[in-house]
Ligand binder design. Structure first.
Ligand SMILES: [Zn+2]
Ligand SMILES: [Zn+2]
Length: 207
């Protein structure tokens, strides 16, 4: 394996510093034939990066096959990250098309954790497949969720009618965070906001 006079050849040890311990472990397990289906998207892409860097063709080919199988809710994140990171444009388009068809994807917990540029790229691409999709997963730039601190808020944004400048993401709203106050839902740029005072006036019961 070590034909060059490298440090590795002299010591017989490889020190890997540019990927997570888990990714290296997964890659080695993968070489040993362990099935990786249940592993997270980040780790699967990490394994691919490892295999690519050290030119482990068998692992690379096996993962490429995995990434190229039919998209499901379970493998969507791994395949999308791989397609984005390795500029597999045709595959990335397939992911965007899947997202446009099945908007549940945007509600996957891991979706919000994806790279911000990736999210923007895939939403833009998805909107070319289905214009209406934009309304379902808008990126609210410059807004932070007061529940989970995620920024920007992706999907529906909920704003408190009582507290000033309090916003929630749709997951926190669904979980009943800040249930003590009424919230207003904003979907995207086209969501009309009423005159707030008149609006609240309509809700107040007459004595
Ligand atoms: Zn939140
Ligand atoms: Zn409030």
């Amino acid at each position: 394996m070590f034909s060059q006079p490298t440090t590795e050849a002299k010591t017989g040890t490889i020190v890997i510093t540019d990927m997570t311990h888990n990714a290296v472990k997964l890659a080695l397990d993968f070489c040993a034939g362990k099935y990786l289906d249940a592993e997270s998207a980040v780790d699967l892409v990490g394994v691919y990066t490892f295999a690519d860097k050290y030119d482990i063709t068998a692992v690379r080919q096996r993962l490429e096959k995995y990434f190229d199988t039919a998209l499901t809710l379970e493998n969507f994140l791994a395949v999308t990250m791989y397609a984005y990171q390795y500029s597999k444009d045709a595959l990335f388009d397939k992911c965007a098309e899947y997202l446009a068809r099945d908007s549940d994807v945007a509600l996957l917990p891991g979706f919000q954790e994806l790279d911000k540029d990736l999210i923007k790229a895939i939403l833009a691409k998805a909107s070319t497949f289905k214009k209406a999709y934009v309304a379902e997963a808008h990126v609210h730039e410059d807004f932070t969720c007061n529940g989970c601190r995620k920024t920007p808020i992706i999907g529906h944004r909920f704003t408190c009618l009582i507290c000033s400048n309090l916003h929630l993401c749709q997951t926190c709203e669904k979980n009943g965070i800040h249930a003590q106050h009424a919230l207003v839902r904003t979907v995207n740029y086209n969501t009309a906001v009423p005159d707030i005072h008149e609006f609240i006036h309509d809700w107040v019961c007459d004595p």
